[in-house]
Write a protein that binds this ligand. Structure first.
Ligand SMILES: O=C(O)CCC(=O)C(=O)O
Length: 257
């Protein structure tokens, strides 16, 4: 699915946009799954706004922004389980991470038209630090994404700076790191943007009349271990390709209650 030059690009820049990982039918299935999850969440009174805080807008403006976000989507619809281990997905993961790859967690992000929330620039590393920094996000586009509907922006090569100090662990100072100075990753439905958890990224608000729906999977090498236990999701540690070389560490690190 990708070439050695693509792998070099990822290592150098900390991100890689791969075109056409999912076909139209697979994307239609995922869109239908998103609609049904949003509907079930609303009927269960669990449809909260997940818009991020930040210092890029006054607090009263921030409150107007909306983001529908749900974690662990593979537990809500099998379409997301299939996408998580899709042969095109694992073909890329095994090139970028190595032969043995695990899921860390998944989430779905729906930025509605006109007021879809922005993500201030940040690294994902402070949320779930790992020893060897193999963790990457694979953001699956269910809609075409451009600057108007709030596509992802990255700072190429920023992963090489290592972990940075964040405001309250969440985001970088918006004056120092405006989203508009990142490289916009313009994508079509079916494309996947892979980016390392140290790569600085964010996205502007959705000002368009179009929804922007993405599902984001975080993956890591099976031999890259967390340095704290603060962010453990259902499904952390599921093998998506290869084998787990550590028999004694194959069980998830949480107790079922
Ligand atoms: O998809 C986006 O717009 C940004 C998502 C993001 O930055 C994150 O979940 O950490």
């Amino acid at each position: 699915m990708i070439t050695p030059q693509d792998v070099d690009f990822y290592n150098e820049n900390g991100y890689l946009l791969v075109k056409g990982v999912f076909n139209k039918q697979e994307i239609e299935e995922m869109r239908a799954a998103v609609d049904k999850i949003v509907d079930r969440a609303a009927r269960s009174n669990m449809d909260q706004n997940h818009q991020w805080q930040g210092d890029f807008l006054p607090p009263e403006e921030l409150k107007k922004l909306v983001l529908k976000g749900f974690h662990d989507v593979q537990y809500h619809d099998a379409a997301f389980m299939r996408a998580m281990v899709h042969p095109n997905m694992t073909a890329v993961l095994s090139q970028l991470i190595g032969p043995n790859v695990q899921l860390h967690h998944s989430k779905m992000l729906v930025k509605p038209p006109e007021n879809g929330a922005a993500f201030p620039m940040h690294q994902d590393q402070p949320y779930f630090p790992h020893e060897n920094h193999t963790m990457l996000a694979a953001s699956v586009h269910m809609d075409d994404a451009d600057i108007e509907n709030g596509c992802l922006h990255v700072i190429p090569g920023s992963h090489k700076q290592g972990p940075l100090q964040h405001v309250g662990r969440h985001y970088l100072n918006a004056k120092e790191y405006p989203v508009s100075e990142g490289t916009p990753c313009i994508a079509e439905a079916g494309d996947v943007l892979f980016f390392n958890y140290l790569t600085i990224h964010g996205s502007p608000a959705n000002k368009s009349e179009r929804t922007r729906r993405n599902v984001l999977y975080q993956y890591r090498s099976a031999t890259d271990f967390p340095t704290n236990r603060e962010h453990i999701n259902w499904g952390s540690g599921i093998m998506v390709c290869g084998e787990n070389p550590n028999f004694s560490k194959a069980r998830p690190e949480f107790n079922l209650v």
